[in-house]
Design a protein around this ligand. Sequence first.
Ligand code: C6P
Length: 386
Amino acid sequence: MKRIYLDNNATTIVDPLVRQAMDPFFCERYGNPNSLHQFGTEVHPDLRVAMNRLYAGINAGDADDILLNGCATEGNNTVLKGVWFDHIRNGAKDHIITTSVEHPCVGNTARFLQTLGVKVTFLPVNRDARVEADAVRDAITSRTALVSVMWANNETGIVFPVKEIAEVCRQKGVLFHTDAVQAIGKVKVDVQEVPVDFLTFSAHKFHGPKGAGGLFIRKGLRLPPLLHGGEQMAGKRAGTLNVASVVGMGLAMELAVRNLPFEDAEVRRLRDRLEDALAKIPDTMVIGRRELRVPNTTFLSVRGVEGEALLWDLNKNGIAASTGSACASESLEASPIISAIGAGPELSHTGIRLSLSRFTTQDEVDTAVDVFAQAVGRLRAISSTY
Ligand code: C6P
């Protein structure tokens, strides 16, 4: 049975060019970049190239910082806990605003900060599954230290109005962080056009390796380190750099940006083809307007079919999908997004996410449609609610 991977929002295949670029750093140029001998120093030019690619990829300025780290979870923790430490702990501010649909590495970090006395507003999404800038403006008070709103949602693919939100935060003198994990390589991410203060990304979401991420910090701002230790990254993030992964992440970023037109045309065409075909199955509902979504994601509700059951049936037949965030896959809670868009409780467990990449083919999409339709038929035949 041919396996078809439609879970690219969970992780992506490493681009073969990226893998090739990483290869020499395992057994040949394996020095620690902080060592003073040649094994250490010979990797410096490669790290510089990788950093330049990351800066160029998001259009960061020379005076901005990009901290290299292990993943977006680490980056998001660094921002929220760092803002608590530097701006909330001893000061006049005690309030953070975020949304009810952030990834758990933002949501649960915010909940942890609540235990330390921070007041957190979790803004709900509207019927478009978005949080609008006006809702952020209305929630900001003189005690707000940080707004954290994702660039694109991992479940629905909905793009949030981060430019407007960033501008509101600027006007109000509040720090703005965005989790851009699901935006890089899918839509243009430009930190000059969108005046964010902090932005996080993760290489494995754009055909780079797992275990490599980045945190953009606007010039003039600082965050205390999450990891204390050696003087790597000028003391801002201790720990030996994962050179192979940084090299891979740099190239993956360059390729992601170079492939944006392809993503916008071809990946979008395939996603729309998939979505149009699935929408013909009676009583299915696509969540979120297409024009508001990144080009690769479809989130569907299939009446009468538990998302989990569909996922297992698809898996048995070679199709990898997801009921939402991969890291919430063991939670049986209803999707907050399906509830937020006004669907009744009978639909709250019916969501299934399909996410494509530039490596997805039309054949795969067409096969997936057939397998999906058969799975829905089988499950509805035994459903007590359909
Ligand atoms: N979302 C999903 O299935 P890491 O793995 O730490 O690099 O990335 C975490 C993360 C942070 N923010 C967003 C918006 C994300 O989508 C993710 C990862 C995957 O949706 C796995 S849970």
